[in-house]
Design a binder for this molecule. Structure first.
Ligand SMILES: C[S@@+](CC[C@H](N)C(=O)[O-])C[C@H]1O[C@@H](n2cnc3c(N)ncnc32)[C@H](O)[C@@H]1O
Length: 246
């Protein structure tokens, strides 16, 4: 069986180790129909950690590593490495697993509306012996009991009318698309975050590349005295929003 052109040499080795004969033929057919290779391999490398992935849960993206890099740096700079964290829309649990491994004194609660995601996130956390409180909850109905000093989220942010590539057709739609031109989750979280946070806190988001200007203004309206920063990804596109409340 020949390697399909869109499969890298390394992924082909992993696939041919895992699948043989008829099963490999089936796998190649799926790849030709844009089925994600990561689901077939079963894991991805994320921030140097092996994260299990499964159909029904969004595959972690490279850009999200940038959110973690910036957030970890900020927490260290602000001496906030032993705080309570709320992670909204955890998916595979890639964000809390990396945070907990890099800063072990954090106390992390992660929520997701998708039960499959919570199950997989628990598996990823236990694979790294990371103690994280996972809760199946819809953020729009969630009433946190505790106060958090970091809220971190990579929520669904693609506008429902935005054209998207074939690679996402097998991923859960409610992990990707959001109302209000993709802004619904940011608006809701920013509007409500004061009730959920300690006096000194950071809100950290991954954002869509065209959303920075609007979200900076929106954040400033709710937090006029705070530092609101938009950071770029490696391709120089607006990608991360930080609201720093001291
Ligand atoms: C863009 S994915 C991010 C997943 C993961 N944090 C990552 O960075 O790879 C957004 C996640 O938000 C979850 N989600 C969507 N709507 C939600 C809601 N109303 N409440 C809680 N989680 C939600 C989805 O199930 C999905 O796992």
């Amino acid at each position: 069986m020949n390697k399909p052109s869109k499969v890298t040499d390394l992924d082909w080795i992993l696939l041919t180790e895992k699948y043989k004969d008829k099963k490999l033929e089936k796998v190649v057919k799926l790849i030709e129909k844009d089925y994600p290779i990561q689901y077939l391999i079963g894991n991805v490398d994320f921030y140097g950690y092996e994260i299990f992935v499964k159909k029904g849960v969004l595959i972690p993206r490279f850009e999200t590593e940038g959110l973690l890099e910036e957030t970890i740096k900020l927490l260290k700079d602000e001496n906030m490495d032993d705080i309570s964290v709320l992670d909204i829309g955890t998916g595979t649990g890639c964000i809390p697993v990396v945070l907990k491994k890099e800063l072990p004194n954090l106390e992390i609660t992660s929520i997701d509306v998708n039960g499959k995601a919570i199950k997989l996130a628990k598996l990823n956390a236990s694979n790294y012996n990371a103690t994280i409180n996972f809760i199946k909850k819809n953020i729009f109905h969630y009433k946190p009991i505790n106060k958090y000093s970091l809220i971190i989220s990579n929520p669904p942010y693609v506008s429902k009318d935005e054209p998207v590539g074939p690679e996402i057709k097998y991923e859960p739609k409610n992990a990707i698309f959001a109302d209000h031109e993709g802004l619904k989750y940011y608006e809701y979280i920013i509007k409500n975050a004061k009730k959920w946070t300690t006096d000194k806190n950071i809100l950290a988001f991954e954002i869509g590349c065209g959303q920075g200007k609007y979200l900076k203004q929106y954040a400033k309206a709710y937090y006029p005295k705070s530092k609101v920063i938009i950071k770029k990804d490696l391709s120089q596109r607006d990608r991360y929003l930080f609201i720093i409340n001291k």
